[in-house]
Design a binder for this molecule. Sequence first.
Ligand code: SF4
Ligand code: SF4
Length: 441
Amino acid sequence: MSHEEPIRYYRPKADFKFDISDIQNFVYDMSRCIKCKGCTWVDHTYMPGARFMTRCPSATKYEFDAYGAYGKMRIGHAMAEGLLPWNDRALEVMYACTLCGACDVGCKRNLDLEIELSLEALRAKAVQDGVGPMPAHKKIAENIAKNHNIYGAPPAQRTAWISPEITPAEKADVLYFVGCTASYVNPEIARSTAKILQTAGTQYMLLPDEWCCGNTLFSVGLLDQARELARRNVEEVRRAGAKTLLLSCAEGYRMWKVDVPKLLNISTAELGFQVVHLVEYVDEQVKNGALQMKKPLPTRLTYHDACSLSRLSEPWTPYEGQRGWMGCVEPRLKRRRGSNGIYAQPRDILKAIPGVELVEMPRTRENAFCCGAGRGTREAFPEFAEWAAGQRLEEVREIGAETLVTACPWCKNNFDQAVKAGGETVQVRDISEVICAALEA
Ligand code: SF4
Ligand code: SF4
């Protein structure tokens, strides 16, 4: 090097965008993981003690670094650079992960690396490379292609939950998107939601032919199929003229609010309708007096933050820019760090019910431990899913709660199964059922 030539301490700026269909967009994030494990531990400020100190179900269960976000980032980086081929174990590492977002918010306390997007991009790469998803996921994709629901049940049975007292309107501003699980497996959640809307005097409609929201397809990396479904679904909701799309399922809420726009390369605001979870709607109705929960429910109750309603639920905005010196990006990037998720509304609702004593589990809000069910985990790794729910039930036992409430049918079913398997006595309820019970005269 000549004396005239300056030493270059910086790298030239590189283009990147938040497009999970190309793993190259996330090589920087994966390569900058410093293995500090801040993604595994509950934030130190909120650390409840030695017993419930981890927030990554995958690393906690498998007790091997490859399963933590730090392992996945190192493996993923090597794969993106063409240095490591897929094998069965690498595939298991990528899919035995609930995509719960706990690592993403943990890492962003410190480094602002896009861990959740990197994990999603790695699953998309697994599919592009012809190795993913897992066999159980392929079956779900077949079910959706054939019957438009994840269970492979007859489409005609989708509306079997509608009992005679449930009277949706032909046309209304609010559209209740029921989702596959509440339609086929948990009709009590769909019925309770409809009753709440009717009690508040809210006119609501249903889609004439509702199809799966595509959550599992998206979550396991089947992006083309998920995008096709997203296009069809958005068109249907726009055609129906809905101003508000209301969901009682946390997974469906995240899918519609974050991942449908992500797939279509638009922002949440560009959907053309508002995406609202039942707890947001009820909280508003209770506060403006339209809903009155007067019936006492004397119980010691705790609330489980479903990942997709809490840390994963912040609105989506597409991003395209350049990264330069020290990883600085331009134009300015507003990070999704999980703290603007839906945390207060469900707690305010429960506290407004006479007789309810709301107690918190050691791990709450951004630090909550995932129930283990979502994003394709339960189907491919049922034993892991049940183990994760069992870990959460230990917290319920620790605080002596009699009732465990969540706002997602996936969490409810997974907890129910773990309660049965463990011979526990705790009651598991969806928040729609609790609200409904408090409305009864
Ligand atoms: S993913 Fe982030 S928080 Fe986790 S080890 Fe890497 S740098 Fe640390
Ligand atoms: S998404 Fe959840 S389970 Fe997967 S690595 Fe991150 S914290 Fe662990």
